[in-house]
Design a protein around this ligand. Sequence first.
Ligand code: ADP
Ligand code: MG
Length: 461
Amino acid sequence: MTQLNFSKFPLRPEILENLTNLGYKQMTPIQEQSLGPALKGQDILAQAKTGSGKTASFGLGLISNLKLDKKKPQALVLCPTRELADQVAKEIRRLARMLPNIKVLNLSGGTPIGPQIASLEHGAHCIVGTPGRIGDHLQRKTLQLNGVKTLVLDEADRMLDMGFLEVINKIVSYTPSYRQTMLYSATYPEDIVSLSSNLQKNPVIIKIAETGAQNDIEEHFYKTPLEKKDKLVNDILNHYTPESTVVFCNTKQQCQDLADYLSSKGYAAGAIHGDLDQYERDHVLTLFSNKSLSILVATDVAARGIDIDDLKAVINYDLARDPQVHIHRIGRTGRAGRKGLAFSLVTPKDSFRIENLSDLRKNEVLFDDIRSLVSKRGSQLIPSMTSIRINGGRKNKLRPADILGALTRNAKLSGSDVGKISIFDFHTVAAIKRHKVQQGIDALSDGKIKGRFFKVKTLSV
Ligand code: ADP
Ligand code: MG
């Protein structure tokens, strides 16, 4: 495939310069195919998997078409979960950071509505959010959508799975009919086609083949009775000792039960699912993404679109009901030339799912013998990092550089001992090499950060 530079498209020079600074040297296939129609205001119906760069493919079009002198919502992006809305809002802000005074607002559930209403009164150009909360604002008349020129439905298939169809239709009815509508979906079921025909006009249809060809994945299937699944996960982990693993379960309860079981076996595991509150989900995700947890147990919805680099393994504790979802799940590993592992636990009741999967893969599923799993449990399963919590955040004007500076002062730690630093409104989580964490805490306790003393402690799930 030809790899092209963003300058092929009529993007403003400051946006192009920013892309270079962000290290976006070449376009991904979805960007190459959708940026042209996106900039021209055409409708787009696109299918591409997680991690293919969808956000910039609509985000660059969206920011280019904003009239910044009008502080009124002109673009609306709907996402299935707050985490995704958060990621999308951050990415749009990054893409737009050279444009003066642009306001991108995240309106999602899980946080109080009052501050959102206050922010809306100050005006915003671009709204990102979940259908539920956007619907609330419309009902309260705190959000005006009559100036929306661009509507994006991100992860549309997942929004339909979550039962958002009705509220999406309601939201759309508040937007002008001459708008541009871009619909992105990882899979392509019937209901997406009908959603598109209801909301779109002559969309440009873009499909980025999900053959798994770019992924290098070694896949294993095991037959197991239902009651031996937990033990089998344990055996797989002990045999393959992956540094980072996402395990998929189909229910919230199962996620929590499995995470509890794995923790009781000494693994650093955490669960994310819809029964946890926002703080708990952010907490677990932060620890997993900064390498303080080695196992994340999740439902499809909770894990949706979450961009985790460098995932070593995916385990399907429960097989996906839809074989396309299976392909999508395992496509999170084996990226960027690194080899990935995918494991699936198959109970007698799953024979139909296996048949569907074989049909989709055009390849029969072969099973491994459970007896081939021998324990090699070693240090790889222990997370390389430990997280610390600092009781100050964005609202205390702390930035990652301040934290890094404080950690490395007096040379107690070197830059390479410090991992990801995540700043929240009122606290910060920083990852530090596991055996250096005490030095990190000492360094911070020794002095002020930005002229203030902050409380510091280690974190776990
Ligand atoms: P998707 O929505 O398809 O799952 P994202 O838009 O979240 O994918 O992008 C995945 C990751 O790739 C993000 O970290 C993003 O910053 C990065 N990315 C996107 N486009 C490019 C590009 N052209 N070059 C380099 N990195 C990119
Ligand atoms: Mg995305």
